[in-house]
Ligand binder design. Sequence first.
Ligand code: AMP
Ligand code: GLY
Length: 424
Amino acid sequence: MNILVIGSGGREHALASKIREQAGCDKLYIIPGNPGTGLIGENVQMNQDDHESILKFALANKIDLTVIGPEKPLIDGLADKMREAGLKVFGPSKKAARIEGEKSFAKHLMKDYKIPTASFEIYNKENYDSAVTYLKKINYPTVIKADGIAAGKGVLIVDSFEDAKEALKECFVNCSFGSAGDKVVIEEFMTGQEASIFAITDGTDFILLPAAQDHKRIFDGDRGKNTGGMGAYAPTPFVNEKIIKDVAAKIVDPTLKALREIGTPFVGCLYCGLMLTDQGPKVVEFNCRFGDPETQVVLPLLKGDFIRLLYSASSGRLEKNSVEYNGGASVSVVIASGGYPDKFEKGKEITGLNKLPENVKVFHAGTKIVDGKILTNGGRVLNVTSFTERNNLPEAKKLAYNAIPQIKFEGMHYRTDISDKALK
Ligand code: AMP
Ligand code: GLY
């Protein structure tokens, strides 16, 4: 099978790597890919926003399956365009991708179908005054979210009415999130452990992959600013059999049903960002694609035929038994540029990438290759990822962290406590 992966981050390197391992993969292309994906497939230099050229490439190269990694091309309708041309695509339509692209859409859907999530109110820019009136009478902390996608920065947790008013100003007056902040969701603050669960679906049937836990804050102990994710591990012990049953029956099944009923069935990976509250799992957010960096730790835990899983979902008849949990554990540590998530420099040379121990892989997230040298090219640069055959998280943690000192670049920064929550 000829397979095309769209994207350029650690998630896409992990996807390409899993696909490459399978017997069913002939040609593997990545648009645009990164130096890591270039070692296992063919990178094609093309803009992810240039849907016309991507379609032409897929047709000309007889692509049997396209896997779209990031949300942007999905929200912009790349899957629709390719499907209309008769191609098989793993990833939802533009309409179904609204579940990530418009938080208000997701919240209304959850309310209408009684899917557990934080209670909420929605306000437009035009209703600034009534939003302020509402903020006066609620309890704190509360959460204010820009409606559209804001590169992971559109969620503001505020402790007081004054801070809430400032946050509202950021959205409505200073337009810090562009048009994504013209509408806001103000929602109840939930407490508990967070977990991420991927549902792989053909629109009706689905399977849940092992649950992971992301680490969004920049510093150890969940301190400092929010980031795109500083590391993850799987499986997380916070998700037991009962929670998995609840997520399937009370969250994934009704959400897929809701999307079918409004005429926009969801095909692909429905990312469920969950808060495990005293009242059971509740949805923090849905994403319309695999999570990053969770994918890097979930895929190493799958045995079986991953390509068949994606292909059967894309074909509308999910083969649920294509993959199963292999009993292992995985930890991925994000190595970031100094200064990230604020200002940081790019172009630092990375060394030591070819001296990795067994059972450790490095996925490239923000790198480029210049004159044969690998240079930093983003905030999150590398994902040092380990896996153990048995579910031994302490061992997986040790493996990942023991591999890091080999790798060097100026200013590199990483958290030292990825997976510690599970070990306590
Ligand atoms: P999101 O981009 O929606 O995943 O939000 C980013 C982070 O903000 C989440 O991972 C949570 O840690 C936090 N968050 C979002 N919504 C809530 C909520 N309703 N209650 C508590 N924390 C939240
Ligand atoms: N790890 C969070 C996300 O993929 O959005």
